[in-house]
Design a protein around this ligand. Structure first.
Ligand code: FES
Length: 523
């Protein structure tokens, strides 16, 4: 079967593969990312087919026979670099996993696209890191530039948005906020973050989890998934419930949370050579703690030994939901003097995290049938405690265990204003970007995020759109005010922002006991 890829003819077997699998597995195009295949819901694999954006994971390869497929590599270089520069300049790409797909879709927008058109285009995408605002800012900067008229496929455009050279401070700030090694630069926006899924040797055996806790292997990803007997997971009609009851007592404020999926866009992956060390699944994003204890590296190492050849381990979206840790649910009651009881699903380290900000809270750890939980997930435990304290104080002001300070307010028009003190800023664009991303995650946590888990403890919301991540059009405007006079050593500030915004969003909604407060708002 033939089609034209980035201007050149390619010939591939007509064997029923998706366009995404053909691009990634057969043709070595790794800029199209696999965030949820074959769900077609995250937009990370968006490419152009005859100039129109298409989600490659749900496009059968045979449907593009005789047609033109364009990936980020095939965009006109000046246009592509202008987009990457604009995203870098505005801090609109953090881990960078979602960015190439977004750039492909934006490349098909007309120069006079309205905000509504941009919002509409972004509806087809999910981003867990940025909180959308910087993406919209970068897009508007690109589209408003005179002479910027990209026809489908990306046309030459003289856009003077060359990114400021990023200093080591930018990278250091990104690493403090992301919690792991982080690249900053235009190559990240173009898909070159160095994810383990992209860097594995092409000859590696592919291994995927089976439903009984083992691993199925194959010469290709499609074969491994077939051998594992994978059945695509769906969103359930079961409503997320609260696994813990509020402790008995006469409390001033009560709160119950549910199972929250970290929902990072880049599923866990690793690879290893026999006798070698496995590639890190944290290559350009730590999933805000969600991948701290990923099963992928050890599996890759063990399987490479067993098979005596390179092995690439790949988790699908469903695998990450079934196997990955969740934010531990809580149920709590608190009084104005800071005393109270917080019940939490038993999780190593969680009591210490809570006591770091709320020493007067009694912590009761409860065993509950459910998916694994982790205290490594962003501000787990202490953010809940900080939110409870902020609620009884009536003020969304938080000091994180590391000393970072944040305060958040929500105006009547919904605008969120955040003040953050996180030591020397190092790079205000990067710090602002992470603070907006933390705002997005916090509002989602309070209002819309949660997954259904049955009585046996099995997650049932297995599609990425079922986690409740806020879409671009659901995000309020965010103003970030950075304390540039804070001359302390730089420290993570976005986790404090996460807790402060969660408190502000909860206060703004009148402190209803159960989160998420507005489930059903996102599709
Ligand atoms: Fe969008 Fe990380 S930058 S998911």
């Amino acid at each position: 079967m033939e089609f034209v890829l980035n201007g050149g003819a390619v010939d591939v077997p007509d064997d029923g593969m998706s366009l995404l699998d053909v691009l990634r597995e057969r043709l070595g195009i790794h800029s199209a990312k696999d965030g949820c295949s074959p769900q077609g819901q995250c937009g990370c694999c968006t490419v152009l087919v005859d100039g129109q954006p298409r989600v490659a994971c749900v496009t059968p390869a045979r449907r593009v026979a005789g047609r033109e497929v364009t990936t980020i590599e095939g965009l006109e270089p000046a246009r592509r670099d202008a987009m990457a520069d604009a995203f870098t300049e505005h801090g609109a790409s953090q881990c960078g996993f979602c960015t190439p797909g977004i750039l492909m879709r934006l490349s098909a927008l007309s120069a006079n696209a309205t905000k509504e058109k941009i919002d509409q285009a972004l509806l087809a995408h999910l981003c867990r890191c940025t909180g959308w605002q910087t993406i919209e800012e970068a897009t508007r900067a690109l589209l408003s530039h005179p002479g910027d008229k990209p026809p489908p496929g990306g046309a030459p455009a003289e856009v003077a948005t060359s990114a400021r050279p990023r200093t080591g401070g930018a990278q250091r700030r990104a690493e403090l906020e992301g919690g792991v090694a982080q690249r900053v630069g235009p190559e990240v926006a173009l898909g070159g973050g160095g994810f383990a899924e992209d860097t594995a040797p092409p000859e590696a055996l592919v291994a995927v989890p089976t439903s009984d806790g083992g691993w199925a292997t194959g010469e290709t990803l499609a074969e491994a998934r077939k051998n594992a007997g994978k059945v695509q997971g769906r969103r359930t009609t079961i409503v997320p419930t609260h696994p813990l009851d509020v402790p008995e007592g006469n409390w001033d404020v009560t709160l119950r949370t549910t199972w929250v999926e970290p929902a990072y866009l880049e599923p866990d992956a690793s690879w290893c050579l026999p006798g070698g060390e496995p590639a890190s699944p944290l290559a350009n994003g730590g999933a805000f703690g969600g991948k701290a204890n990923s099963i992928a590296p050890q599996a890759a190492k063990r399987l490479a030994e067993e098979h005596q050849r390179p092995v690439r381990v790949v988790l699908s979206r469903e695998d990450t939901v079934r196997l990955g840790p969740k934010r531990p649910p809580i149920a709590a009651g608190i009084n104005r003097d800071g005393t109270g009881v917080i019940r939490v699903v038993r999780t190593p380290g969680i009591a210490d995290a809570i006591h770091a900000v709320a020493p007067k809270l009694v912590v009761e750890e409860i065993d509950v049938a459910g998916p694994p939980t982790s205290s490594a997930i962003r501000a787990a435990g202490w953010a809940e405690a900080a939110v409870l304290l902020a609620a009884v104080n009536g003020r969304a002001e938080v000091t994180a265990p590391n000393g970072a300070r944040a305060e958040a307010t929500i105006a009547t028009d919904g605008t969120v204003t955040v003040h953050v003190s996180a030591g020397r800023p190092l790079d205000t664009t990067i710090l602002r970007s992470y603070c907006i991303g933390a705002t997005h995650m916090a509002i989602g946590w309070v209002t819309s995020e949660g997954i259904a888990v049955d009585e046996e403890g099995r997650p049932h919301d297995l599609t990425i759109r079922s986690f409740g991540i806020l879409r671009a059009k659901d995000m309020p405007h965010v103003e970030v005010r950075i304390d540039e006079d804070d001359d302390r050593e730089p420290i993570n500030g976005s986790d404090a922002v996460f807790a402060a915004v969660a408190a502000a969003a909860w206060l703004d909604r009148g402190l209803p006991t159960d989160w998420p407060t507005e489930r059903g708002r996102t599709p």
